[in-house]
Every structure is written in structure tokens, then in C-alpha cells.
Design a protein around this ligand. Structure first.
Ligand SMILES: [Zn+2]
Ligand SMILES: [Zn+2]
Length: 397
């Protein structure tokens, strides 16, 4: 490890910040205290702050030298609506809310970078420090963009980072191109005609049709899209009927679709609707089909990914950087920022869980697990990556 030396000396302070945020988790668009903490720290360090983008979002403006060039570094701030089972000293004081995705650590790492960059950073241009609300389902990135993030703070590229349990502590992973999937949800209502179960010919059975449509949909995955394209179609709920001897009027299917590209998503959505509509029509039924696109695919840009790899290697050494990491079908709303600007999103290894002290509940140290905790050993590593990335992006003469 070649960490930025002064950040190592600042680690205990970063750990205090991180654990304070962990103890006070706030949900989507409610990050009032969190954004107060962030804004107060930045102001203490002499960094101008703009607040209110995406309701609770914070942007720090860190300018040095004369260059008009600029980049953005983004951290997410929100927690999850789940109950923490950890009993260590910094466990959540808000029942039913928990930092189980490590956004407390992401926020602290970006603050660590800000502190170093303003005091000793060697760069020429502007680093926008983007503290984003509502990553967990609230599309806070889209909201900040809608509130003028990239018009008010023009930048040539934007970067994000997420801790990744199971990857070795302080190692990095990234891949150019699609790295995380689009996340979408659908609901199908099949409208038939109820009847006595012993007289099916007097009705139109929506349950049988739901089964046929479900099977037809899976042929989109196996027969219609290219086998080289990755996609998932999971039906996670089927509802219908209330008795053993009654054919109901309706059946409902709900689920999720994940893809790495928009054209594949377009194909799946269109064919799901066609198969459902025509299968139902063939059997004298009708359907209501709704399809909601939540987060788009997260696609890393090649040039910025190459730069990010250099910055990660400068911190962790080439042997600890996987520049061809396996993509995941999970989703992340930083994807909206990468649709608007070139940039790159990376994983930083959160370790196997061996960093954990006493007081954790049972269960693995996985994201969205009730006994998860961010690995504080990453604080200087992630902050050092941000510093090196900023200095490489905006080199001083
Ligand atoms: Zn999460
Ligand atoms: Zn997360």
C-alpha cells in the first residue's frame, strides 16, 4: 500500500466521523443531520458549500490554481430501513434504520480526501465533492442532476466508489463497459372470468393463463435475445384466487428484470407485453401490463476507467487491482450520472469480515445484512484513491 501519508495521520478522525454517521443513520431524502455534518466539516476546512440539490445533497467546491478543468467525486449518504443487530458502541441509535450498505464509510472517505486535497492537494482545477442522498431506491443521483448538478458545476468527468464485501480488504475492482445492471419492475394483471371450479367452460381461467404467460416470458430470455447478452427475468410473486373450488376473475404476477444494456431491456419489455397481450387474447382474456424502469445499467467509460485503474494501482499496487472484475446484476443509481457525464465507478474490497470486532450479530458481513459494518481500515485507502485520482485528473503544471 502506498497511502497518502497525511491521511494515515487523519485516520482516527475519519473513524470518529464514520462511526458517528453509522450511529445516526437517515433514510432517503431525510439525510438532514448527515448533510449538516458534511457541510460543517467542509466549511470548517474552508471549502465553499452549496446545499439543497436533491433536497439534502451537498456539493463542496474545491478549487486550486487557474485551470478551468473540473471533475466530480461522489459519495452516497443514505441508510436502509432495517433493524441493526450489532451491539457495538457505534450501533444505530435509530430503531429500524441502519447503515448496512456502508454509505457512512463512503461519506467519510470522501471527507478524508477533501481534507487532504484542501490542505496539501497538488492539483490545478476544481474538484466538486458530491454528497448524494437517496441511493437506496430514491434515485437521489437523478434528482441532483435534475436540480442542475452538471449545469451549476460543469465538470468533465464524474467518479463513484462502493465498498464490496468478499473482495480482499483494500483491493480494488473495476471493468470498462457495463458493471452493474439496470433494475426494473413489472406487474401483470390477467383479467379472465370467474366460474365454479367444476365448470371451467363457463369462465375464463386467469390462473392457467398466468402460467402460460410466465413460461412464454422465459423464452424471451432463452430464445429471443442474443445468448451473448446477459439478462434476468424473475417472477417473484403470483397471486390469484381465494378458494379451492372457485376460478377467480383475476391473477397477478409481479417481478423484476435486469439487463446490462438498454436495447436488451427495450426488447424484453416489448416482448413481455406482446406475449402477455396475445396469449390472453387467444383465450378470451385481457391484461393490464405495467413496466417501471428504476435504475439504468451502470456503464463505465473506457478513458476514465483507464485513469481510475492508474490511480488505484498508485495506491494499492497493480497486484491488488482487478481491472476486469466480474459485473454484478445488482443496480446503483450512480448509473444516472454516468449517462450524463463520462466517468467510472469502482469497487473497494471490504474484506471477508475478519476486521469485525465484538458486538456483531450472527450472519455474514454482507451488504444489506443486519450485522454488516463498514471496514474502517478502508478509510485511508479509499481517501487516498480519491486524492490520487483528483491529482492525476487535474495535474498541476
Ligand atoms: Zn445498498
Ligand atoms: Zn450502497
Amino acid at each position: 500500500m502506498k497511502l497518502v501519508e497525511p491521511i494515515i495521520a487523519f485516520q482516527s478522525e475519519l473513524q470518529l466521523i464514520r462511526r458517528d454517521l453509522h450511529a445516526h443513520p437517515e433514510l432517503c431524502y431525510e439525510e438532514q443531520r448527515t448533510s449538516d455534518v458534511v457541510a460543517a466539516r467542509l466549511a470548517d476546512w474552508g471549502i465553499p458549500v452549496v446545499r439543497g440539490l436533491g433536497i439534502t445533497g451537498v456539493v463542496g467546491i474545491l478549487k486550486k490554481g487557474n485551470s478551468s478543468r473540473a471533475i466530480g467525486l461522489r459519495a452516497d449518504m443514505d441508510a436502509l430501513p432495517m433493524h441493526e443487530v450489532n451491539s457495538f458502541a457505534h450501533a444505530s441509535v435509530h430503531p429500524g434504520k441502519m447503515h448496512a450498505c456502508g454509505h457512512d464509510g463512503h461519506t467519510a472517505m470522501l471527507l478524508g480526501a477533501a481534507h487532504h486535497l484542501v490542505t496539501q492537494g497538488n492539483f490545478d482545477g476544481t474538484v466538486y465533492l458530491i454528497f448524494q442522498p437517496a441511493e437506496e431506491g430514491g434515485a437521489g443521483a437523478r434528482r441532483m442532476i435534475g436540480d442542475g448538478l452538471f449545469e451549476r458545476f460543469p465538470m468533465e468527468a464524474v467518479y463513484g466508489m462502493h465498498n464490496w464485501p468478499g473482495m480482499a480488504e483494500g483491493s480494488f475492482g473495476v471493468v470498462a463497459g457495463p458493471m452493474m445492471a439496470s433494475s426494473n419492475e413489472f406487474k401483470l394483471v390477467v383479467r379472465g372470468k370467474g366460474a365454479h371450479a367444476a365448470q371451467p367452460h363457463k369462465g375464463v381461467d386467469p390462473v392457467m393463463l398466468a402460467v402460460q404467460i410466465a413460461q412464454g416470458w422465459q423464452t424471451i430470455i432463452s430464445r429471443e435475445k442474443s445468448p451473448l447478452d446477459t439478462a434476468v427475468l424473475s417472477i417473484t410473486q403470483i397471486h390469484g384466487g381465494s378458494a379451492t373450488n372457485v376460478i377467480p376473475d383475476e391473477a397477478v404476477m409481479i417481478g423484476t428484470v435486469r439487463t446490462f444494456t438498454t436495447p436488451v431491456l427495450d426488447l424484453i419489455q416489448q416482448r413481455m407485453e406482446e406475449i402477455a397481450t396475445h396469449t390472453a387474447a387467444a383465450h378470451r382474456a385481457s391484461v393490464d401490463f405495467t413496466f417501471k424502469r428504476n435504475y439504468p445499467p451502470l456503464v463505465n467509460h473506457a478513458e476514465q476507467t483507464a485513469l481510475a485503474v492508474q490511480a488505484m494501482q498508485a495506491v494499492a499496487g497493480a497486484e491488488r487491482v482487478d481491472a476486469n472484475v466480474e459485473p454484478t446484476m445488482g443496480a446503483e443509481d450512480f448509473a444516472f450520472m454516468l449517462q450524463a457525464k463520462p466517468g467510472c465507478y469502482v469497487f473497494i474490497g471490504n474484506g471477508e469480515g475478519s476486521h469485525r470486532e465484538g458486538g456483531h450479530g450472527l450472519g455474514p458481513c454482507q451488504l444489506h445484512n443486519a450485522s454488516y459494518d463498514f471496514n474502517d481500515n478502508l478509510l485511508p485507502i479509499g481517501a487516498s484513491y480519491w486524492v490520487r485520482l483528483a491529482e492525476m485528473s487535474l495535474p498541476a503544471a
